[in-house]
Design a protein around this ligand. Structure first.
Ligand code: XBP
Ligand code: MG
Length: 249
């Protein structure tokens, strides 16, 4: 039996529901700021999520929906910096809460000396500020490494970001569990050989999660149990360290 040594969390859609009312709004505010007549409604944004990474998402939008319009990479980078500024402003003024059960699982892992790490496509400041806002200033040091954004050449679904985490923590994938919310996320974690639990959200609930150890609608808590969408929860009502250990065995 492989002992559970680490939990590696995705961020967007997993730790918090950041996409629909967070990133999407920030992109639209940036487009307005630059007087662009681009507007991403909730449905269009769902389709655009097929591409991970904000700069990459803007490029795929131009390619697929605005043929004939060309902008250079420097402009996209500037536009994206503005989007990040709006996103951070939203985090500070409105806040984006952690999903049900996230705080409890992180607390339990810390008490049991299970290593915590982050493997995300989003910009570093987006995750560091979310953590500070929701879990306090010290919490950015709880995750080693906190791997984010352009730190690797290829974003999810490539496995690079999980390989980075494994390399930097000197962990063997057999002892890790990844928690993800999307098709692109699980392609990335499974690509690095890591057992993966999926916690779905409105944008991802109908995606293909072939290969997941378990698919649930939230991590859940004792009082707010998850709904199992695929896999065997072994009698558990929410995601606990015991359940994660059982899924590794
Ligand atoms: C998350 C993303 C991110 C955010 C935007 O993917 O794709 O791009 O939507 O973040 P995952 P940035 O949850 O699979 O890591 O604009 O900072 O890139
Ligand atoms: Mg995600």
């Amino acid at each position: 039996m492989a002992a559970l040594e680490a939990i590696i969390f995705d961020v967007d859609g997993t730790l918090a529901d950041t996409e629909r009312h967070g990133h999407r709004i920030a992109f639209n505010r940036a487009f307005e700021q630059f007087n662009l007549d681009w507007s991403w409604d909730e449905t269009l944004y769902g389709a655009l999520l097929a591409t991970t990474g904000g700069k990459e998402r803007i490029k795929s939008y131009l390619r697929d929906y605005r043929s004939g319009e060309t902008v250079d990479d420097d402009f996209i980078a500037t536009l994206h910096q503005t989007k990040t500024r709006f996103y951070l402003e939203m985090l500070q003024t409105e806040g984006i809460p952690l999903r049900d059960g996230v705080r409890e699982l992180i607390t339990a892992a810390r008490e049991a000396n299970i290593l915590l790490a982050i493997a995300t496509t989003t910009t570093y400041e987006n995750i560091s500020n979310l953590l500070i806002q929701e879990l306090g200033t010290e919490s950015i040091h709880w995750f080693t490494p906190l791997a984010a954004g352009d730190i690797v050449p290829h974003k999810k679904p490539a496995p690079d970001i999980y390989h980075y985490v494994l390399e930097h923590s000197k962990l063997n994938p057999e002892h890790c569990i990844a928690i993800e919310d999307s098709y692109n996320g699980i392609q990335s974690s499974l690509g690095a050989g890591i057992t993966t639990v999926i916690t779905t959200n409105g944008y991802t609930e109908h995606e293909d999660f072939q290969g997941a150890a378990l698919v649930v609608d939230k991590l859940g808590t004792h009082d707010n149990p998850f709904r199992v969408q695929a896999g065997n929860a072994h009698g558990h009502t929410h995601v606990t360290l015991d359940l994660l250990q059982t899924l590794l065995s």
